[in-house]
Ligand binder design. Sequence first.
Ligand SMILES: CC(C)(COP(=O)(O)OP(=O)(O)OC[C@H]1O[C@@H](n2cnc3c(N)ncnc32)[C@H](O)[C@@H]1OP(=O)(O)O)[C@@H](O)C(=O)NCCC(=O)NCCS
Length: 394
Amino acid sequence: MQVRRISAEERISHSFPLQAYAFEQSPAPAASADRWRDYLPYNQGNRTLVAEDGDTALAAATAIPMRQNVRGQLLPMAGIAGVATHPLARRQGHVRTLLTTLLGEMRDEGHSVSVLYPFRPSFYARFGYVTLPKRRSASFSPGDLGDLVRADLPGDVTWERMSTGYDAYREFMVRLARERHGLALFPDYRDARLRDDDERWLVTARVDGEVAGAAAYKVTGYNGELQVDDLLVTTPLSRILLLRFFARHVDQVSRVVAGIPADELPELWGTDLQVTVEGHTVIPNGNAPMARVLSVQKLAGITVGPGRVTVEIVDDPFIEGAFTLDGHGGTLEVGTGTGGPTATLSAAGLSALVYGVLDPAELPLRGLGAVPADAAGELRALFPRLVPYVVADF
Ligand SMILES: CC(C)(COP(=O)(O)OP(=O)(O)OC[C@H]1O[C@@H](n2cnc3c(N)ncnc32)[C@H](O)[C@@H]1OP(=O)(O)O)[C@@H](O)C(=O)NCCC(=O)NCCS
C-alpha cells in the first residue's frame, strides 16, 4: 500500500468513485464521469491523497485550503472532506494513515487549524478534534411579523438570484469572516459553486449603500417553507430589514426556517413572535462540526485575555511539546519552555480552549487533560468562552 497525492484529473478514477459509493445513492448511473468532470474546477486547489494497491484506490481523503476566524484572526485552515474507504478495505488502518499524512502536509504548508464534519465524532476525537456548536434553526410564521410589513426603516433590501448577487455576497462573507469567531471561508474556486449552481435566491440588507446582512434561501412551494441557509446579520437594523422582507411572504409561505448561530435568541426579535428553535445532531450525516489546532506557534496573535500558563501537549503527532501561553498584551504570545501553572492537555483539550467551547474544569472530566486549579484559572482568563459559528458546510 502506498499513499500518493493524485492529480486533478485522477479524481475521476480514484477518489470520486469512493466518495460516491460512501455518500450517494449507488450504483451511480453511467453518466457519472461527466458529472464528476464538471465538478473538477471546484476541486482544483484541493489536496487529495489516496491509499492505493497497484492501480486500485483503497481510500481517499481531501483537504480544502480554507480560512477561519479564530478569536479575531483569519487563520489558514485545512477543511477535511471526502474521507472514504473501499468497502473491502475498511478497518485496515488506511484512513488513519491517510489523515495523519494529510494533516501533516497541510500543517507544513502553513495551515494552523483544521475543521471537518464527522460521520461519528468519536472517530475524529482520536485525531485531536473537538466538537463545535452546530447551527440552530429558527422556525416561525411570517404572519407573526405582521407589524413589520409596513415598517419604515432606514435601509433597503436587494432581491436577486445568487448568480447575479454573488460578488456582493462573497465580499460580505469575507468581511463577516474577519469579525465572527469560527466563521470559515472556502477558497474562491470552491465557493464559486454557489454562484454556478444558482439554486438560491439572495436577499441582502443594505444600509448607507453597504451590505449589512444577507440570506441565501429557497422556497419549497406555495404554502411551503422559505428556507434560509444562514441568517447573516451584522446589526439589529440589518436583521429587521431581512425580517420585514420575510414578513411580506405572509400569503405565500407558511413558515420561514432560518439557520442561526447557537447563541442567537430569536424570541427577542419581536413581540408576539412564536418561534421554534431547534438543533439536532445525527450520526452519520447530521453532526456538529469539529475542529483542532495543527500548530500552536501559529496561534500567536489571536485575541485572548490576561492569563499566563504552560501547556504540555501529549500524544499528538502535530503539536506535542511544552509551550508557554501569555495573553497579558491582549493577543497570544507563544513561547517554549516550562514553569508556572502547568496543564497537561491532549490536542483536543487545547483545541476546546482555543475555540472557546469547554471550560478548563471540564477537560479532566472528559479525558482531555490534567488541569490543576491554578492552571485552570489562568486558562480561563486566557481563553474566555466563545460560541464559534462555522457557517461553511462541506
Ligand atoms: C469511516 C471510514 C472512512 C473509516 O475508514 P477505515 O479505513 O476503515 O478506518 P481505519 O481502519 O483507518 O480506522 C481508523 C481508526 O478508527 C477506528 N474506526 C474505524 N471505523 C470506525 C467507526 N465506524 N467508528 C469508530 N471507530 C472506527 C478504527 O478501529 C481505527 O482505530 P485504531 O487506529 O485505533 O486502530 C470508512 O469506514 C468509510 O468509508 N465509511 C463510509 C463513509 C464515511 O462514513 N466516511 C467518513 C466521512 S467523515
